[in-house]
Design a protein around this ligand. Structure first.
Ligand SMILES: [Zn+2]
Length: 433
């Protein structure tokens, strides 16, 4: 197999070279469309124009391209769907570069929604795309129109070079990744499939094969209100109870649980950070001179693939957390009688593709980089859980650039990624991995 910095010859060599040349101009075109959104019901920007541009570019080459706007009946019953969410004006793109039918297929998946530009004053370059030196700036340059451009350039270059691969190569560009993953989920619900997938998120070109699970938690702690300055009898005699004090007690206990989890050998992973419980918001009290009767804490409970249950969910982690809070509450006479209410609002599942999987092996060989983990999550999750497609993250750029002002991508890394995608597609579809 040819390393990505080697010099493959013939049509493959032509395609590799051309892919690098096409990627930069494609990224600049994509950045010119505003596809920012801050929720599942954000006002439409230029999502349709962006997708029509990419669809037109690939259709002009003769590829089969579909722009899909599935109706709500497809996805509204899904556990991650948001009320009122619609694909109207936010099409999903699905394109196919036909192969010879002899080898496995490969899908490149990416999201074209970006987070909002934010404060324009913080930007020194145009959020709509600006090339300066060896960088391309713009909202989404790194997360993740860069990866999308690399994939489109790779597919176009393979086609232009007259290189027929043994298996099909698919492209899927979706909205809503930054919101709830519904673009990729809907693509899977539509029945689109491939034998393996590369999600082109920024990984600095490292094959990224595992990600953590994230439970969205709300804890409601009850107290009993009364006039602040009036001394109170014991609660058993009707006295007030300070819900803030009870929340502090619970949070101190939860912090101990976080430390226990981090110290447990069974909660370690070679490529991922340890599990974590992070209190992210807290609200309580009604008036400065009133004993607070309620505190609401929001938290992230982050868990490893090894802690998922047989269905791949965080149910066992939820039970572990609840049992711990029951023990903590039993040791406090108020909380024993008024246990905190625990509400689980969401479960973004952890996923992992094994290091010995052929997709991982071929990706590591072509990139000459070892596998990595991702402590957060991305749409590879839905390719795996909704589509049963072995999927990894591999794309240009540093995740540290994502969502920042003056977001940029190094042009050289973008070009290298596009060349790498050509080689990866050729190697994977040949079935010789
Ligand atoms: Zn992203």
């Amino acid at each position: 197999m040819v390393g990505s910095e080697g010099a493959p010859g013939g049509r493959l060599g032509d395609a590799v070279k051309a892919a690098g040349e096409k990627a930069g101009p494609l990224l600049e075109r994509m950045l010119a469309f505003d596809t920012s959104a801050d929720s599942s019901v954000s006002p439409l920007r230029q999502e349709a124009e962006h997708q029509q541009f990419v669809a037109g570019y690939l259709a002009d080459l003769g590829l089969e391209v579909e722009l899909l706007e599935p109706g709500a009946e497809l996805f509204e019953a899904h556990r991650m769907a948001h009320p009122g969410q619609t694909f109207d004006g936010r099409p999903i793109l699905w394109a196919r570069l036909p192969g010879g039918g002899r080898g496995p297929s490969l899908l490149f998946n990416g999201h074209y929604d970006t987070v909002p530009v934010g404060s324009r004053d913080e930007w020194h370059r145009s959020p709509s795309g600006e090339r300066a030196g060896d960088r391309i700036y713009g909202r989404g340059a790194c997360d993740m129109k860069g990866g999308n451009a690399a994939a489109v350039a790779a597919i176009a270059a393979i086609h232009d070079a007259g290189l027929q691969l043994d298996g099909d190569v698919f492209l899927n560009l979706v909205p809503f990744e930054e919101v709830n993953g519904m673009g990729t989920t809907a693509t899977m619900l539509l029945g689109k499939r491939a034998d393996a997938a590369i999600c082109a998120e920024p990984t600095r070109l490292r094959p990224t094969i595992a990600s953590r699970g994230i439970l969205e938690l709300e804890v409601n702690v009850a107290g009993r209100s009364a006039h602040g300055e009036i001394p109170q009898p014991h609660h058993s005699e009707g006295g007030a109870v300070n819900a803030i004090d009870k929340a502090v007690y619970l949070l101190a206990g939860i912090e101990r649980l976080d430390r226990q989890w981090k110290a447990l050998p069974r909660k370690r992973h070679d490529l991922l950070s340890p599990p974590a419980i992070i209190a992210t918001t807290i609200q309580g009290g009604t008036f400065w001179a009133t004993w607070p009767d309620k505190v609401t804490i929001e938290a992230e409970v982050i868990y490893l693939p090894g802690d998922a249950d047989g269905e791949g969910t965080g149910a066992a982690v939820m039970e572990e957390f609840e049992a711990y809070v029951r023990t903590l509450s039993a040791a406090d006479d108020w909380l024993a009688e008024h246990p905190p209410e625990i509400v689980w609002r969401g479960d973004v599942r952890p996923v992992e593709v094994g290091q010995d999987h052929p997709l991982v092996r071929v990706a590591c060989e072509i990139s000459s980089l070892p596998p990595a983990g991702f402590d957060s999550s991305a749409d590879h999750l839905y390719l795996i859980t909704e589509g049963s497609i072995p999927s990894i993250l591999l794309g240009p750029g540093d995740i540290a650039q994502a969502h920042t002002a003056d977001e940029f991508l190094d042009l050289a890394e973008l070009e290298r990624c596009s060349r790498l995608y050509v080689e990866l597609a050729a190697a994977w579809t040949s079935g010789r991995s």
